[in-house]
Design a protein around this ligand. Structure first.
Ligand code: IMP
Length: 431
């Protein structure tokens, strides 16, 4: 299993962090290939909860080298804050543990300010972004005007940064937002530039060499399939490619490594979404409160990055099948099975209807979900607490039937099931 890619099969927040943590014990490299600190990956080890936004979740294991790939957008302020918070709890993150691609792009205070200003300008049509500057940074990347990590190492970095903030100030001004003060930003970034220097590397070459030497590289996708810029519920998406094939581009790997790749799709046992956009299986009654949780526990359905309550609903099998196809999933990981315990019945959406016609696949993907109504299969629930179960056979029959139904709908075998937030609360499927 030299290359393993872990992706979200829904709208993000599927629990990828703790699943990456599970697989990372066997990996020599753990690598992020898309997005930035809009991601929020939680890992619980004993009594300690690690919340990671930029650094791959696998860093909490002692052996893997963590990579921030060229497909990412990196806010140095968040990066160093995260390094410090990890070091405070004993996870050492020096240049021998973390390498940052010279070709990754930067997120600056200007991108964050523009993200917020543009959301306000969108008014009722706002996307509900995380406000981390992701969209404006990728916009500048596509416009070929952005600053990259490599620029931080060059003598004219301050000049480029000044020009970048000046240009953003013109835009902020036109959006009636206060302009940014340039000098304090330049001072901060001069410090970041010195701090980042030892971490900067040709990560693509390093990963290629590792794979050729038979080492295991675990690629950690951020966000989820339905937030993908091309194939998600556009425009209510993030600005990067979140899918498994993007791991190759976002890490700088060639096609041949994909031949034997294991592609693991992480899917919550129900559906959630943060931010705006269509959600055909959304529920809003008492059951929604029950699935969401009160917010007292870190694993309740409130954003890791923003703290916003997530919208919740029944598992959408049509969208899961779509995710299986686009990512080329070879296995499924179902998370939060324990949350379904005690429900009298469980529904899974197997098709949509519109104007009297039934669709098991959407004609134009999930971009146009307007007017499509979910058709459900209703399965019996179970009353047993599953959180202490570690063997597949010990799961209640109704729970196994539910997992079998999901696997059949997706057309992908289930490999792992999580039954609680702790590291060891995992059940491996009988292969
Ligand atoms: P952005 O990535 O901050 O531009 O936000 C765009 C959309 O993606 C919004 O609906 C966000 O709520 C959503 N989003 C971004 N990152 C995550 C994530 O890690 N989990 C879930 N939703 C996310």
């Amino acid at each position: 299993m030299p290359l393993k890619i872990v992706v979200g099969a829904q709208w993000g927040d599927e629990g990828k962090g703790r699943i990456v943590d599970w697989f990372a014990s066997q990996a020599e490299f753990v690598a992020r290939y898309n997005g930035g600190d809009n991601a929020g990956h939680s890992v619980t080890v004993g009594s300690q909860l690690f919340k990671l936004h930029l650094i791959p979740s696998g860093i909490v294991h002692p052996q893997p080298i963590a990579i921030l790939g060229n497909g990412m957008v990196i806010n140095p302020e968040s990066l160093f804050a995260e390094i410090e918070s990890l070091e405070k709890v004993g996870v050492e993150v020096g240049p021998q543990r973390l390498r940052i691609s010279h070709a990754a792009h930067l997120i600056t205070p200007a991108h964050k300010a523009l993200d917020q200003a543009m959301e306000v300008a969108r008014g009722k049509s706002s996307i509900g972004t995380t406000g981390r500057g992701i969209g404006p940074a990728y916009t500048d990347k596509a416009a070929r005007t952005n600053l990259r990590v490599a620029d931080m190492l060059l003598p004219d970095f301050a000049d480029k940064m000044r020009a970048h903030i000046e240009s953003a100030n013109t835009r902020l001004d036109s959006l009636d937002f206060p302009e940014l003060e340039i000098e304090p930003i330049l001072e901060k970034f001069a410090v970041y530039a010195e701090r980042i220097r030892p971490f900067v590397a040709d990560t693509a070459a390093e990963l290629d060499a590792a794979l050729r030497a038979g080492k295991t590289v675990l690629a950690e996708g951020a966000q989820g399939t339905l937030l993908d810029i091309d194939h998600g519920t556009y425009p209510f998406v993030t600005s990067s490619s979140t899918l498994a094939p993007a791991a190759l581009l976002g890490l700088g790997l060639g096609m041949t490594v994909a031949r034997d790749a294991v592609v693991s799709g992480v899917c919550k046992s129900f559906q959630t979404r943060v931010g705006s956009g269509p959600f055909p299986t959304e529920i809003e009654d008492d059951l929604a409160l029950r699935l969401r949780g009160t917010g007292e526990n870190p694993w309740d359905e409130y954003g890791t990055t923003t703290g916003r309550p997530r919208r919740v609903g029944w598992l959408d099998g049509v969208l899961l099948r779509y995710a299986a196809r686009l990512n080329g999933l070879t296995e499924l990981v179902i998370t939060k099975l324990d949350i379904l315990s005690g429900l009298p019945y469980i529904k899974v959406c197997t098709a949509y209807t519109k104007d009297g016609k039934t669709y098991t696949d959407l004609p134009f993907g999930p971009t146009d979900l307007e007017g499509f109504e979910a058709v459900y299969e209703q399965l019996p629930g179970w009353t047993e607490d599953v959180s202490a179960i570690r063997r597949w056979e010990a799961l209640p029959q109704a729970a196994r039937d539910y997992l079998d139904a999901v696997s059949k709908i997706a057309g992908v075998p289930v490999r792992l099931v999580s039954v609680g937030p702790e590291r060891e609360q995992i059940v491996e499927a009988n292969q």
